[in-house]
Write a protein that binds this ligand. Structure first.
Ligand code: NAP
Length: 445
């Protein structure tokens, strides 16, 4: 359940074995597959997004059926679904955002990175008005967090219109970003540079933007523990070297600056009607790698604050959730500490929002291994032959199947071609479903 990377890798592992005969339904609440590969990987990361082509092989597999536009818990209850299938693998990810927990967080102009990412990727549920209102005022931007999502957001906001124009972003996103007055983007790490979670490739990429300069203060790199951490971890060593390279940079007239600041913990968002700034406390890092406040504060002006402090899983009615993940044992869902027959979990909703897309492959294989072992040992309860999709259609549901997704795919490619682009994302449910209807009408008529 959930046709993102975790769901697709689980389907691949199930369909690609011959020990247990399987028919896999890959269900998604959106009319489109690919989850965060479509609505999370930044659109300027063209090569990474091309992973969809590989994932598509699984959608095309004869033992796999894509069933989009179905919300379990709304269109069909989890119990109803479970009555029709031998096993369910929950792969619905972690769509929510974690909170900062500081005063002013709710002010207009303060957005979760999840909102900004959903918007620029053309997610149908993006709150377009709220994001665009904030982005169009954004001269001074503060991004909180130093993970890859924070760098994605900083980079997209700092890119020139010419750099973004060839991407799949919906036209209204390109227009808004082109009109945004972004001059300064400050990215805040509450700990030191050695504790940053971004990867070196993403960090270096910031140094290659057409009209933006990355600034780092040498003082921010001056942690006594850095040398030992770099010696123990190549990833840290590479990050520190890349950051060191940025310390030589100077602002360039007319270019956006992307200022990476460490030992900088936001304590309050300032403003009455909307965000005007961020009060930041300097920190030091203790020997356990924790941020410790120094009491010294400073203020950054901000028209837009993006809180990029991690994703969080949300509960599905009827499914246990503990601190944002489903309790499990080797992928078997635990209810009251006991494996629940026919219920499995994989991906971010299993292990939390960590790792790159490929991490889900190994993760899904573990889960599918448990499922297949249970099938082989007769633990699973076989269900009847009735197709749950027929039940859904009979009650007015409009599932989007593979051929329908192909119609959406073709419509996006055609929309992009009109502007000389490889594709443009259809960003609202109505246009996605209209593409399905018009392809069906053309086929009939
Ligand atoms: P992340 O890597 O966990 O980063 C979260 C950041 O928020 C950390 O810097 C964390 O600092 C900070 N933070 C958390 N609570 C905070 C608070 N209260 N105040 C200030 N800062 C706080 O998560 P993410 O960036 O959302 O990325 C999620 C996953 O997706 C990661 O595995 C990431 O690598 C992956 N991803 C990969 C790519 C790519 O490969 N290009 C792109 C996007 C995402 P602390 O460390 O101090 O807690």
């Amino acid at each position: 359940m959930g046709a993102g990377p975790a769901g697709i890798y689980a389907a691949e592992a199930l369909a690609g074995q011959d020990d247990v005969p399987v028919a896999v339904d890959l269900v998604d609440r959106l009319p489109t597959p690919f989850g965060l590969v479509r609505h999370g990987i930044a659109p300027d990361h063209v090569k990474m997004r091309a992973l969809r082509e590989t994932l598509h092989h699984t959608l095309d597999h004869e033992r796999v059926r894509f069933v989009g536009n179905v919300e379990i818990g709304t269109d069909l209850s989890l119990d109803e679904l479970r009555r029709h299938v031998d096993a369910v693998v929950y792969t619905y990810g972690a769509a929510g955002d974690r909170r900062l927990g500081v005063p002013g967080e709710e002010l207009p102009g303060s957005l979760a990175a999840t909102d900004v990412v959903a918007w620029y990727c053309g997610h149908p549920d993006a709150d377009r008005a709220r994001v665009e209102e904030a982005v169009l005022r954004a001269r001074d931007v503060v991004v909180v967090g130093v993970g890859n999502v924070a760098l994605d957001v900083a980079r997209v906001l700092a890119r020139s219109p010419a750099e973004l124009d060839p991407t799949e972003m919906p036209q209204h996103v390109l227009d808004t970003l082109a009109a945004a007055p972004v001059e300064r983007v400050t990215v805040l790490g509450r700990r030191g540079p050695a504790q940053a979670t971004f990867t070196t490739q993403e960090l270096r990429e910031l140094g290659h933007l057409a009209r933006a300069t990355v600034l780092v203060s040498p003082r921010d790199l001056d942690d006594p523990g850095n040398e030992a951490l770099a010696a123990a971890d190549r990833h840290v060593a590479r990050n520190l070297a890349a950051l060191q390279g940025f310390t030589e940079n100077l602002p360039v007239d007319g270019w956006t600056t992307v200022h990476l600041q460490f030992h900088a913990r936001p304590v309050r968002l300032l403003g009455t009607d909307r965000v005007t700034g961020v009060e930041v406390e300097r920190t030091t890092v203790d020997e356990d790698g924790r941020a410790v406040g120094t009491g010294e504060t400073y203020t950054l002006p901000a028209d837009l604050v993006v809180r990029s402090v991690g994703y969080r899983g949300h509960p599905l009615p009827g499914l246990p959730l503990d601190a944002g993940t489903v309790p499990h044992q080797a992928g078997r869902v635990l209810r009251d500490g006991v494996p629940s027959t026919g219920e499995y979990v994989a991906g971010w909703i299993k292990r939390g929002p960590t790792g790159v897309v490929g991490t889900n492959k190994h993760d899904a294989r573990e889960t599918v291994g448990s499922l297949l072992a249970d099938a082989a040992s007769g633990v699973l309860v076989p269900r009847g032959d009735e197709d749950w999709v027929d039940t859904l259609v009979a009650r007015g549901g409009r599932p989007v199947l593979l051929a329908d997704w192909r119609a959406i795919d073709a419509a996006e490619i055609a929309l992009g071609a009109a502007h000389g682009r490889a594709r443009t994302t259809l960003h609202d449910r109505e246009s996605l479903l209209a593409a399905v209807r018009s392809a069906a009408a053309a086929a009939e008529g």
